[in-house]
Design a protein around this ligand. Structure first.
Ligand code: THU
Length: 139
């Protein structure tokens, strides 16, 4: 089953995934995020022989976004192969919440099409974020 979603974001995530570095798990992941500026930033998972040092595709994409000057995200797509749906890990849900807030749209795809979408709040109910830090953090 597939659903409609932003084609440019899926294309960017799928193209990025070709560069995934996943020699240990063999599970290649691509991600693409749309910043508030409208620009799209891609990322891949980058594993390491010291396994916990590996970085998720979503985290890579968010790093690229911050480097590119965006600190707010509208939506993010993640793509991987396989029968099971790829959804962001717990740590990446927190990262998405940081920059996108409750309403950020998260698109889960295989390498052909979107299969499901979620809000950040659905993935991280009662999430802790910048809003909880006010007035210390003006965001
Ligand atoms: N991975 C991601 O990059 N994003 C996800 O949403 C799920 C998991 C990566 C981490 C690791 O390199 C590999 O997939 C297997 O967990």
């Amino acid at each position: 089953m597939s659903i409609e979603g932003p084609a440019d974001l899926l294309a960017a995530a799928v193209a990025a995934r070709e560069h995934a570095y996943a020699p240990y798990s063999g599970y290649r992941v691509g991600a693409a995020v749309r910043g508030a500026s409208g620009r799209v930033y891609a990322g891949v998972n980058v594993e390491n022989a010291s396994y916990p040092v590996g970085v998720c595709a979503e985290a890579s994409a968010l790093s690229a976004m911050v480097l590119g000057g965006d600190v707010s995200l509208v939506e993010i797509a993640v793509t991987a192969e396989g029968a099971a749906l790829v959804t962001p890990c717990g740590a990446c849900r927190q990262r998405i919440f940081e920059f996108g807030g409750r309403d950020a749209r998260v698109w889960a795809a295989d390498t052909q099409a979107y299969r499901r979408s979620f809000t950040a709040e659905e993935l991280l109910p009662f999430g802790f974020g910048p809003h909880a830090m006010q007035p210390r953090d003006p965001r």
